[in-house]
Each structure stands twice: as C-alpha cells, then as structure tokens.
Design a protein around this ligand. Structure first.
Ligand SMILES: Nc1ncnc2c1ncn2[C@@H]1O[C@H](COP(=O)(O)OP(=O)(O)OP(=O)(O)O)[C@@H](O)[C@H]1O
Ligand SMILES: Nc1ccn([C@H]2C[C@H](O)[C@@H](COP(=O)(O)O)O2)c(=O)n1
Length: 224
C-alpha cells in the first residue's frame, strides 16, 4: 500500500543522463526511499530472455510481467541488488542487451499498466525519490518536485563507455552512441508514456557538470 501523503521527487531523463546515480545519492542524503523504475522493465526483459519469450510477442510479455517477481535488496555502501524470482540478476540487468529489451517491452501499454501499482507502492514516508522516464508525467503526476536530467548524447555515450570499460566489458564508443540514440528515439516516440519532461519539471543539463554539483542542484530544488 502506498502513502499518498508521502512527498515524491520525480527524476526523469534519457539513458545515461545520470538519473540512477543522482537519485540514489539524493535519496541517501534525504534519508528517503528510492525507486529505480527502469529495473522493473529490465527485470521483465531479463525474465523474458530466461523463458525464451519472443520480444515480438506482446501477449506472452504481458503474462511474463504478471508472473515475474522483482525485489530490491539494499547493501550498505553498495549498489542495491535486484532479485528476479529470487535470483540475484543485478549484473545481467545492467547490460546494454537488457536495456534495449526493456525499452522494447516498455512500449507495450499493458506491460506499463501492469507495473503501475508496483511503482506506486514505493511511495512511503518519509519520502520517495523515483527515477525513470514517466515518473513526473504518469506515475506520480502530483510529485512535489520534478526534475528532468539531460546531457548531450555524446557525453552520455562517453559516460557509459567509461562505466563498461571499467567493468571489463568490451564495447566501442561509436556502438554505444548508436544504441543511446536508438533508445532515445524509441523511448521518446512511443505513443504511451513517452519520455518527455513534465510541464512543471526543472530541467538540468548535466553536460560537463560533475556528479556532486548535479546532486547539489537537485537538493537545492527540494530545499527550495
Ligand atoms: N554528472 C555526471 N558526470 C559524469 N558522469 C556521470 C554523471 N552522472 C552520472 N555519471 C556516470 O554516468 C554513468 C551512467 O549513469 P547512470 O547509470 O546514473 O545513468 P542513468 O540515467 O540512470 O542511465 P540508464 O537510464 O541507462 O539507467 C555512470 O557511470 C555514472 O557514474
Ligand atoms: N519509467 C520508465 C523506466 C524505464 N523505462 C524503459 C525505457 C528504458 O529504455 C528502459 C530501461 O530503463 P533504464 O534502466 O535505462 O532507466 O526501460 C520506461 O519506459 N519507463
């Protein structure tokens, strides 16, 4: 059960704009809950892969959404772990393949509806920082604060490149830029809940702005 009186800070933006990094840090500083809504779509994508479900079969993907349990486990000082049907799938979830599958699945309206209540259940006292594509527009339209993070596609690809190379994953900058542009286009052009800033969102362009400074700017939005 959600608590509609709990304040919400919605942080939306395209892939690599820093939503997850900034949202986790801000939630930590405020002592609030954190919702990584993309992990739910990624979780369905990963579960679909485990069950050999075709990404072109919407009915099977909707069934898979209802059948998949996704849980978050906080680790002190580390990235939260994500369990899919009780299996720790955190590393698989963060791959570009899982991101692309999630983006495709997220265009199916019934999948989005099936995940609505699960997302809203995170709204609990003392407050929630929610990160995604439609937090401020669809899931929490009454959020007290809305932030839309952006950065140039080149910088986002560069961030992802450094992140993946740091993990020992073999990728090219040009390939990542292509994937980011394709994901932006798919997320922004779908008919249901497309990626777009809410009319009342504060837009922050993070190109060339360090993580600590972005965190400070978001906290300044909340603290007025
Ligand atoms: N302002 C910033 N400056 C430099 N690097 C950043 C900044 N914000 C985030 N990063 C780095 O960029 C990478 C991607 O960040 P993050 O995963 O938070 O983005 P995201 O918007 O949540 O992406 P996705 O939607 O694909 O999950 C991480 O390695 C993170 O440390
Ligand atoms: N609120 C959300 C969150 C995510 N998605 C889709 C679109 C993304 O490309 C994909 C993966 O999200 P990420 O983990 O990269 O934030 O999931 C969405 O449609 N709505």
């Amino acid at each position: 059960m959600s608590d509609p009186a709990a304040p919400v800070l919605a942080i939306d933006g395209p892939s690599g704009s820093g939503k997850g990094t900034i949202s986790r840090a801000v939630a930590g500083q405020l002592g609030w809950h954190y919702l990584d809504s993309g992990a739910l779509y990624r979780g369905v994508g990963v579960a679909a892969g485990w069950n050999d479900i075709d990404l072109a079969d919407p009915a099977a993907l909707v069934r898979c959404t209802f059948d998949t349990r996704i849980a978050f486990r906080d680790l002190p000082g580390g990235e939260p772990r994500v369990l899919i049907n009780d299996v720790d799938a955190t590393d698989e979830l963060r791959t570009e393949t899982a991101g692309a599958a999630a983006s495709a699945i997220a265009a199916i309206p019934e999948v989005r509806s099936a995940l609505k209540d699960r997302q809203r259940a995170f709204r609990q006292q003392p407050g929630l920082v929610a990160d995604g594509r439609d937090m401020g527009t669809v899931i929490f339209p009454d959020a007290r604060w809305k932030v839309f993070l952006t950065a140039s596609a080149e910088e986002r690809a560069d961030r992802r490149y450094k992140q993946l190379i740091g993990k020992g994953v073999s990728v090219t900058l040009a390939g990542l830029l292509r994937e980011i542009l394709a994901r932006d286009a798919r997320d922004a052009n779908r008919p249901v809940a497309p990626l777009r800033p809410a009319d009342d969102a504060v837009r922050i362009d993070t190109t060339g702005v360090g993580i600590d400074e972005v965190v400070a700017r978001v906290l300044a939005v909340v603290r007025g």
